[in-house]
Write a protein that binds this ligand. Structure first.
Ligand code: NAP
Length: 381
């Protein structure tokens, strides 16, 4: 056991060293050289909040390179820098700035598209792309509950990729990631479900403004305030975990059999969803066993050392005042989930606090990790 863990660690470190080396080569020669080997990708909804995060995270990605950008007819035909209100904290890459935004039609010369489309249009557009043979990795909610579409978090349910064989799109595929508020909670629930079984989950969220897209909530509503309603969010948080933590059987997912009650609030934080979670288990537990399960969570995909995979999926904090959005949201590039304040609950069994970055782990970064998992499974041609 120790020897296997040691081998995994060596391979992970070698991988990080290699890609760390690649990322550092900013000279033209290196990027031209590596570009030849990268998979060209398109970003649909490239001008929005999540679309911009895709562009930021895909810049210098070792496996993928942006080939096309698409958005609504309002933006199509314009150079990207004229169509977008760029509000990322890194400069807009020059090559991307000059790229002409296209309409969302499946005529792009690339096998993989990332979708950050508004849900009002994502359903049909994503299906058009899948039918035309593209692999679509989506953030939108439209296809999350389709029987043969994986609702994927690579550390939690990589076995759900088997659903893809049952999709009706031929070479094309659709893979979705969960709602940003579901993702962090489910990552924390996974080791607890494996260790103790889950009977009931109760969650209260404090969700960041960037989760509402751009320009999102007006400043007069957001400042000095908390809004105790986010349309559709509680329904998603109560439904999605049951599919993600369910078991794939004959091309469908048999739902997990616990109940979730969610109360969702919008708070004046820019990025990072903080959640207070209480859980009732099916079997006996001690607080120290619960903490150990969280601390020692080592997902199976860790052994692949995927470029966007955090070294530790869960960071556990002992200090009573952690985790906090401003302090922990960017851990491991925003891909780690932070957990703290594990304690007894006088109504259910145990309660704790979870934090995850909503536009990275909960959206663009999670989708890129999904695509990396598809690639190493030979599903992107
Ligand atoms: P957003 O800022 O409102 O961006 C929406 C994007 O969709 C823009 O690029 C927009 O293009 C494009 N679009 C709108 N109408 C279109 C049409 N008729 N045809 C083609 N493109 C169209 O939204 P967001 O926050 O980035 O969210 C994008 C998706 O990710 C949504 O489905 C959302 O639910 C999901 N999501 C968001 C988060 C988050 O934290 N923000 C987390 C998880 C999932 P124009 O600029 O040309 O209008």
């Amino acid at each position: 056991m120790f020897f296997i863990a040691f081998l995994c660690k060596i391979s992970y470190t070698a991988h990080q060293y290699f890609y760390g080396y690649m990322y550092k080569q900013n000279g033209k020669t290196m990027s031209d050289h590596s570009a030849k080997r990268k998979i060209p990708v398109a970003v649909l909804g490239a001008t929005g909040s999540v679309g911009q995060k895709f562009i930021q995270l895909l810049e210098d990605h070792p496996w993928f390179e942006i080939h096309a950008l698409a958005a609504s007819d309002r933006s199509a035909g314009k150079a990207y820098h004229k169509a977008v209100n760029w509000f990322m904290d890194s400069p807009l890459p020059e090559r991307i700035a000059k790229t002409e935004v296209q309409a969302c039609r499946p005529s792009m010369d690339c096998p993989l598209v990332f979708s950050a489309l508004d849900a009002s249009v994502a359903g049909d557009i994503e299906e058009d792309f899948a039918r035309a043979g593209y692999v679509v990795v989506s953030n939108a909610r439209n296809h999350r509950y389709d029987a043969h579409v994986p609702l994927l978090i690579p550390e939690v349910n990589p076995d759900h990729l088997q659903l893809l064989a049952h999709q009706p799109y031929g070479k094309g595929k659709i893979v979705t990631n969960p709602n940003c508020s579901t993702t962090g909670m489910v990552v924390a629930l996974k080791p607890l479900m494996d260790a103790f079984g889950l009977d009931a989950v109760q969650v209260v969220t404090m969700q960041a403004l960037s989760g509402a897209g751009y320009p999102g909530v007006s400043s007069l509503d957001a400042m000095d305030n908390v809004i105790p309603f986010i349309g559709g969010e509680e329904e998603k948080m109560e439904k999605e975990p049951l599919k993600i933590l369910g078991s794939p059987e004959n091309g469908r997912v048999k739902s997990a059999d616990f109940r979730v009650s969610a109360s969702c609030n919008r708070v004046p934080v820019v990025d990072g969803h903080l959640e207070s979670v209480a859980v009732r288990f099916k079997s006996k537990f001690t607080l120290s066993d619960v903490i150990a399960a969280l601390r020692e969570f080592t997902p199976e995909i860790q052994k692949y050392g995927l470029p966007s995979s955090p070294r530790n999926t869960i960071h556990y904090f002992e200090q009573d005042h952690l985790p906090q959005p401003r302090l922990q949201r960017n851990l491991e590039g925003g891909m780690a989930v932070s957990v703290g304040r594990v304690r007894e609950c006088s109504v259910l069994d145990v309660k704790f606090t979870v934090l995850s970055h909503n536009t990275v782990r909960g959206a663009a970064g999670g989708a890129i990790l999904n695509a990396e998992l598809l690639k190493i499974n030979g599903l992107i041609h």
